[in-house]
Design a protein around this ligand. Sequence first.
Ligand code: S3P
Length: 172
Amino acid sequence: PPPTLRPRSLVLVGMPGSGKTSVGRRLAQKLGLPFRDADSEIEAAAGQPVTEIFARYGEPHFREGERRIIARLLDGPPIVLATGGGAFNDAETRAAIRAAGAAAIWLRAGMGTLLTRVAGRTTRPMFLNADPVEVLTRLMTQRHPLYAEADIVIDCRDTDTADDTTEQVAAA
Ligand code: S3P
């Protein structure tokens, strides 16, 4: 059947700290769909944490695995999928999401929200040994124009909880 006649997978995209995993879990529960997290799937497949994959094999290698995992996860019954912050910036990954007929949802959050959530993160290579404000500023500048290609944009206020944002997504 044409893609519009079957339920679509929902793919959460956005900056690290935007709430993709917390909101994804809640949204999946609310909609009765399975939840998957791309980073966790990559870690399971590789048998090592994301930081380790970056450190040992480099970002291009990670992106390649990410592309493959996302395409595979979307090739099946509908799910809610949380992606890593850089996934939607990869042209091939964006194309795979589109080709799967999935809806991309951008959780757009401001610097204040992101900063409090990524502060002190040691499990993400982007924030190792770096000034989080600088990293976030650089990534937001690069990525926002691409996140804007998502099908749905959800504006997250600094005071919104994961439950608030989940409600917003469900109502969109
Ligand atoms: C990345 C974000 C991470 C993870 C990897 C790269 C990025 O996911 O995929 O460390 O490029 O922004 P989160 O957005 O869940 O932190």
